[in-house]
Design a protein around this ligand. Structure first.
Ligand code: SF4
Length: 495
């Protein structure tokens, strides 16, 4: 008999081979492809949504038979709202996020998603639940999807009825019942195969979720290959792959990609010297003026708005690092800001930014769109600081430009102009610039998670976490200074 859970069913909708590999090659699963922060966020949103229909009773997580028995008991006792209500029908298991018990075998199902929009996969998810419940003889009055309302702006206490949006998808779930039955029958046969099914790489490997078996399924391809070319759209990669343009020599022979990508391929294949357009770099540097500031923000995006005047997933800056040099030959100075956990960091960031960066000075940011967007948002929030903040905003120049435009490219950048690739490519042997040596926080995602978790840490853990965050963000702007110096060096050389 086929044994299936709701999440396994959904993975099989994306690609049946995922299900097969989960059973027969579980060691091929790449856990790093799973974004734990996204899963944690989903759990937090799910917990909050449980209260949407008033008091509820949660079925405690445990062994399946225990959960199913407890659900039956709660239903029989007339409990009106049950969360994590669990069912099994013919080997098919599911837990409903919220089950509304109308009595007499009539129920409604609410599936909670932490996104701000619905996807086709969500419909497959609830269709499977509908199939299980009707198979067991329940009458399912309504199936709804509950997601976050992107337009909700918090004012005071959270208004759950406004934070969440309910969409009735009963008709869609009903319309898919035949497809669910056919898919389950197909999977029952499919999973009996003991030799690995063939399944070409395709769109299903990337969407709706990046498949955690991708490394395994592409392990027979030459390395590097078309899927290693950075910054390419999935469609462009698959077009090449389907035409047999897979290895880097294939790509070079076919000239299948745009000139900048072909240059990267040639660099990789022939180990060419760095491509440096010194004239263009001189032009870029001529726009910079003293004093020179180097700014980098760290932010987090709480799914549920934590502060007044914020929306779900709004970027909240909680930290910045700022290196600066007053004029040629002067020492490098540093300032920084890191909010305390639990407080709304925005006013503190905005005020100190205005104290730290004078008006009319040239500020460099790496990938400036982010810093500029956040500064503009702070200016809109604090009219008393808006003039100064917008002055900072208007004087930001993007240090990424020479790398994005391939005015400075080395093979070691591996086709990327992200500072995390550019820095080690320019300074391969400098341990002071190596993010790997840092404790705890090595990238922006880890910084966001660390700050979000600080609230729940002991004072000692908080102190260590603060130190890690300050060191990480400080390295980001120190890296920018070093990159700028490298550009100046390149501009000084003849050519
Ligand atoms: S990598 Fe692609 S083909 Fe392989 S299991 Fe995942 S989705 Fe299917």
């Amino acid at each position: 008999m086929l044994h299936l859970s709701k999440s396994r069913y959904c993975s099989a909708v994306q690609c049946p081979k995922m299900l097969w590999l989960t059973k027969y090659r579980p060691e091929a699963f790449d856990a790093e492809a799973v974004n734990q922060a996204v899963l944690d966020r989903g759990n937090a949103v799910g917990d909050l949504a449980m209260g949407l229909f008033g008091p509820y009773v949660e079925v405690p997580f445990g062994d399946l038979s225990g959960m199913i028995a407890e659900t039956e008991r709660l239903l029989a006792a007339g409990t009106p709202v049950i969360t994590e209500a669990s069912f099994s029908y013919d080997g098919l298991f599911c837990s409903a996020d919220i089950l509304l018990n109308h009595g007499g075998g009539r129920v409604s199902v609410v599936e909670v998603k932490s996104a701000t929009h619905l996807s086709e996969m969500n419909i497959h998810d609830v269709s499977y639940q509908y199939y299980v419940l009707t198979g067991l003889g329940y009458t399912v009055d309504r199936v709804s999807l509950c997601c976050l309302n992107a337009g909700y702006v918090r004012h005071g206490e959270l208004a759950l009825d406004q934070l969440f949006t309910l969409t009735d998808v009963t008709a869609k779930a009903q319309a898919l019942q035949e497809e669910v039955a056919k898919r389950i029958a197909f999977l029952a046969e499919y999973m009996k195969q003991t030799s690995e099914p063939l399944h070409p790489i395709g769109e299903q490997c990337f969407a709706p979720y990046a498949c955690a078996f991708f490394s395994y399924c592409t392990s027979s391809l030459p390395r590097p290959n078309i899927f290693d070319v950075s910054g390419l759209q999935t469609r462009a990669r698959l077009n090449c792959y389907r035409k047999g343009i897979v290895s880097f020599p294939d790509i070079e022979a076919s000239s299948a990609l745009k000139p900048d990508k072909m240059m990267e391929i040639a660099q990789e294949l022939h180990d060419l010297p760095p491509a440096i357009d010194r004239e263009a770099i001189r032009g870029f540097l001529s726009r910079l003026t003293w004093p020179l500031y180097f700014l980098d923000f760290e932010s987090f995006q709480p799914a549920v708005p934590l502060y007044d005047d914020t929306r779900p997933y709004e970027q909240i800056v909680f930290q910045y690092s700022l290196h600066y040099i007053d004029r040629e030959g002067e020492p490098l100075c540093h300032r920084e800001y890191l909010a305390s956990p639990g407080e709304d960091p925005r006013r503190g960031v905005a005020e100190q930014l205005c104290r730290d960066i004078p008006r009319d000075v040239c500020t460099l940011a790496y990938n400036m769109t982010f810093e500029k967007t956040r500064i503009k948002a702070l200016a809109a929030l604090y009219p008393d600081l808006a003039d100064h903040l917008m002055n900072i905003h208007d004087h930001i120049i993007d240090l990424m430009t020479p790398f994005q435009k391939k005015q400075y490219y080395t093979r070691a950048m591996r086709g990327s102009y992200s500072i995390k690739h550019v820095l080690p490519a320019l300074f391969p042997d400098d341990p002071d610039l190596d993010y790997h040596r840092l404790e705890g926080v090595h990238n922006g995602a880890e910084a966001s998670t660390a700050f979000e978790q600080m609230n729940r840490m002991t004072p000692e853990e908080q102190a260590a976490c603060r130190e890690n965050l300050l060191e990480y963000c400080g390295l980001d702007t120190l890296a920018m200074v070093k990159v700028w110096e490298k550009l100046r060096e390149a501009a000084r050389e003849p050519g």
